[in-house]
Write a protein that binds this ligand. Structure first.
Ligand code: KIV
Length: 271
């Protein structure tokens, strides 16, 4: 008897089926080959090559500085490690806001140069022409509403969005527009759980929440936050599954001690 070892890729259709069956979708960010390989083997549904690379990989204060070339470098490393999950890449700030032609040419570079499966961009009505143009070229698009970090200087703070009626109504309208334009999913970031539930129930496509409560169809976290690599960022929505910063610090300090004392390498660790 031969065992079928073929790996079945998660697609946008898989995600749609998961929503219909009431199965929750698990998404994490990743930015390199090794973590992507580990997350993929662990069974993650989607890896997002987020523009949070700007913060956690490059040390910038905001997501604004990361460039299209840098996103392409991270995404192509991730794609080499991810054999089964869907890989979505953020269009960085400045790569799509100009017009829909610019949005499409940035997307084409991402798709050709990385081998990723979809792109994500921030905003609703303001970017709807770009969303339509990218989808008409055959590329799946994930939307992103609520706290959209590329607009941080407009918002002024990273606090919860859409608490007021007018903003909540705009968000619901934008979600409908994105679905009608053909988006396969929408990230809802840092909005009240009740509103996120209402949006999720009203859409056919899955919502993926971050700080948007339990009614979303899936959840996403930034890998450095959930693994405890970042130490200074502790918002209420974050569940930290490991304290890697502490474990790594302990390991590195032990290594320094072993090198200094001559304990490393020992007889079995040399040729
Ligand atoms: O860039 C990112 O990591 C994101 C997630 C927070 C959704 O957009």
């Amino acid at each position: 008897m031969s065992i079928n070892k073929e790996i079945r890729r998660v697609t946008t259709h898989t995600l749609q089926r998961m929503k219909s069956n009431g199965e929750k979708i698990a998404m994490l960010t990743a930015y390199d080959y090794s973590f992507a390989k580990t997350f993929d083997a662990a069974g993650i549904d989607i890896i997002l090559v987020g523009d949070s690379a700007s913060n956690v990989m490059a040390g910038h204060e905001t997501t604004l500085p990361v460039t299209l070339d840098q996103m392409i470098y991270h995404a192509s490393s991730v794609v080499r490690g991810a054999k089964r999950c869907l890989v979505v890449v953020d269009l960085p700030f400045g790569a799509y806001q100009g017009n829909s032609k610019e949005a499409l040419s940035s997307t084409i570079r991402i798709m050709k140069e990385t081998g990723a499966h979809a792109v994500k961009l921030e905003g609703g009505e303001e970017v709807i022409e770009s969303v339509k143009r990218i989808i008409s070229a055959g590329v799946p698009v994930m939307g992103h509403l609520g706290l959209t970090p590329q607009s941080i200087y407009k918002f002024g703070t990273y606090s919860v969005r859409a608490k007021e009626e007018a903003e909540a109504e705009k968000l619901q309208r934008d979600a409908r527009l994105l679905e009608e334009a053909g988006c396969f999913s929408i990230v809802l970031e840092k909005i009240p759980a009740l509103l996120a539930g209402k949006v999720s129930d009203s859409l056919q496509i899955p919502t993926i929440g971050i700080g948007a409560g339990s009614h979303c169809d899936g959840q996403v976290l930034v890998m450095h936050d959930m693994l405890g690599i970042t130490t200074e960022f502790k918002p209420r929505f974050l569940r930290q599954y490991l304290n890697l910063s502490e474990s790594i610090t302990n390991a590195v300090q032990q290594y320094i001690k072993d090198v200094r004392s001559g304990d490393f390498p020992d007889e079995n660790e040399q040729y």
